[in-house]
Design a protein around this ligand. Sequence first.
Ligand code: MYA
Length: 443
Amino acid sequence: MSDQPPNKPNLNSIKKLLEMLSMGKELTEAQHKEMKDYKFWKTQPVISFDEKISQEGPIDSRKTVADISEKPLPLLEGFEWDTLDLTSTKELDEVYNLLHENYVEDSGESFRFKYSAEFFDWALKPPGWKKDWHVGVRVKSSKRLVAFISAIPLRLKLHDKIIESVEINFLCVHKKLRSKRLTPVLIKEITRRVNRYDIWQALYTAGIVLPSPISTCRYTHRPINWEKLHEVGFSSLPEDSTKEDMVKKYYIDENNEAIKLEGLRKMTEDDVDEVLELYNKFQAKYELIQVFDKEDLKHWLLKGKEVIYTYVVEDKSNKKITDFFSFYLLPFKILNVPKHEQLNISYLFYYGTDHDSSKKELETRLKLLMKNALVINKGLKIDVFNALTSQDNTLFLEDLNFGLGDGYLNYYLFNYKAFPILGGINKHTKLIEEGSGIGVVML
Ligand SMILES: CCCCCCCCCCCCCC(=O)SCCNC(=O)CCNC(=O)[C@H](O)C(C)(C)COP(=O)(O)OP(=O)(O)OC[C@H]1O[C@@H](n2cnc3c(N)ncnc32)[C@H](O)[C@@H]1OP(=O)(O)O
């Protein structure tokens, strides 16, 4: 890789790439659906597949809070809205159970996300969270929770514009209620509730293709405990390799002095100011980023007990923090292998370094930081470390044995036209040297 700054990506070629990815040309046929067949989405303020963007900005900016109904949308007979109180353990448990039983499963139905109450506490209650944005649907008679959607406040920066918005996540409809068009009602209701706060834009991600992604990243996986991953069917044995080869390939030597980073330690609240400064400086190069204040940073990097892990490197000579990295834990429940109950998975979150005077220096430093992250992950008994192709990840993924996964993550903006952004992959969905303009990390 060269140590020259990357050329400014050509917007037309990125747009074409995203079109191809989103139309499933290089991905699977199953992802393909034409605009006219998106019966709900074609009525919403989103970019259509064939649209040429000439200028960034809101799609519909005519409405004011006074135009937004105070009343919830009508629901199917027999169901009712409920605003969940996630400070109550009982209601947090209900959301946990709904998502645990019904949220994303792999197509082979072997794994399911194993959310914890602590995870939701972290993910759904950042500074400025609103109870009104934790929206449930219950069966009127039994009061059973059967659907959920959430919004959390998000200050986005897209190129030079700050967009006060929300992040939409954890949309879930009980398996027995699928294909009944409940999703559009949930989306319209959360839109109403967010609009009531004079917020008109949202960021959301999905594995599926909707009109229209502004970026597409790919998931990559770095096996740590390859043997277990193989036993549960997560990693296959390549034809030309033996199990021993694979175990050796992914071996992490926690005693390797060559990668020991002097001054590496867990981040504490005293580090918030410095880490925020480093975060701001480091993220400035990306096209789509999350703007943090001190409280946000403290929450996202320090508050999720046994969920989020953040480390800093402190230069002992001047007590200055030179680097930080973080990852969060979200295990999978294993559904069909009795020997193993859960897969311990971590996801790379935010990081930053001031060793970035050239691309080469940045690449070298990130590799070192991520090697240390892998050692820490091994110590935490993590089985696989996942990362997207966003941020500067393409600089280290290949060298550190992250393998390209089957999953893609499409990024969408609601009610905002934006030029497409590179997601770290090309039209053949392989890693690219130019990296990605996506700085924001979504859960
Ligand atoms: C200003 C504030 C704005 C706030 C709102 C911003 C937008 C937020 C958008 C939401 C961001 C969520 C971010 C996350 O949480 S992504 C995670 C989504 N959750 C899961 O994958 C969990 C498991 N799956 C389920 O629970 C259900 O299959 C879901 C609920 C996903 C669909 O249930 P079901 O299969 O029973 O469908 P339906 O009959 O009710 O409805 C069919 C319609 O719904 C459209 N659909 C399907 N899946 C999604 C999806 N993931 N995003 C947006 N739309 C989706 C679909 O294209 C069709 O519309 P159209 O094709 O006819 O047009």
